[in-house]
Ligand binder design. Structure first.
Ligand code: PEP
Length: 258
């Protein structure tokens, strides 16, 4: 089964709701202008929570060919969890995707494999597609433990999920040392780990699951390097941070097939 490429822009803690509308509008115009073929890549914006309502109004109102999602969710249904956002709230806002286990959440909010697993399960239960982030830091890479370490993240995040559930979610391999640093893993480095993830899926969840699950690469992806990354057999798209805030860059990434 062909996996549809996915280009997801994680805005992190940037842009207020007015700026968000401006960026989405310009992105839609640029993609239209360049005659982007939505069959060739699905384009997703992932703004901060506070922008979601404005982004929803614009995308739905103008019937733009963009999907959107959130950067995190609570593993709980609702209640006394000050500051947290539930899956139901995101669904009500029309989100399709939600990022889970981003390295910045693991680092600054102490999210461990159990938390990431609980959030992944909650997202799926509520009908959201989790983009589950996995990947090693620099010390692990230097010690050549990156494949085993990343597979540990995958194992932890996907615990208790059925083959069908795993086939429908997205995994993003993001080596932490390449995030926001300008330091890109070579396409071969990215393929090594993405290929190992797909092999692991094949061994533990069968061919159908391994062939269906989309695996993204993330870490300083730009319009100039996305082509070589996308040429790798086990990479189905990109999770993009910094470059997703620049319309021309992100539109260029979406049009990796040029
Ligand atoms: C990210 O935050 O997921 C990311 C990959 O960031 P950047 O593209 O800026 O490295």
């Amino acid at each position: 089964m062909a996996r549809k490429p996915l280009m997801a822009g994680n805005w992190k803690m940037n842009l207020n709701h007015v700026e968000a509308v401006g960026l989405v509008q310009k992105l839609a115009w640029t993609l239209q202008d360049k005659r982007h073929d939505p069959a060739k890549s699905e384009v997703v914006v992932i703004p901060p929570f506070t922008d979601l309502r404005s982004v929803q109004t614009l995308i739905d109102g103008d019937k733009l060919e963009l999907a959107y999602g959130a950067q995190d969710l609570s593993p709980f249904d609702g209640g006394a969890y000050t500051g947290d956002i539930s899956a139901d709230m995101l669904v009500k806002l029309g989100c399709t995707y939600v990022v889970v286990g981003h390295s910045e959440r693991r680092q600054y909010h102490d999210e461990d494999d159990n938390t990431v697993n609980a959030k992944t399960i909650q997202a799926i239960k509520k009908g959201l597609v989790p983009i589950v982030c996995v990947g090693e830091g620099l010390e692990v890479r230097k010690a050549a433990q990156h494949v085993e370490f990343t597979l540990g993240h995958v194992r932890g995040a996907l615990a208790e999920l059925t083959d069908e559930q795993i086939g429908a979610l997205v995994i993003a391999y993001e080596p932490v040392w390449a995030i926001g640093t300008g330091e890109v893993a070579t396409p071969e480095d990215a393929q090594e780990v993405c290929g190992a993830i797909r092999d692991w899926l094949r061994r533990h969840h069968g061919d159908a699951t391994a062939d269906a699950t989309r695996i993204l690469y993330g870490g300083s992806v730009k319009a100039s390097n996305v082509g070589a990354i996308m040429a790798q057999p086990d990479i189905d798209g990109a999770l993009v941070g910094g470059a997703s805030l620049q319309v021309d860059e992100f539109a260029g990434i979406a049009r990796y097939y040029d």
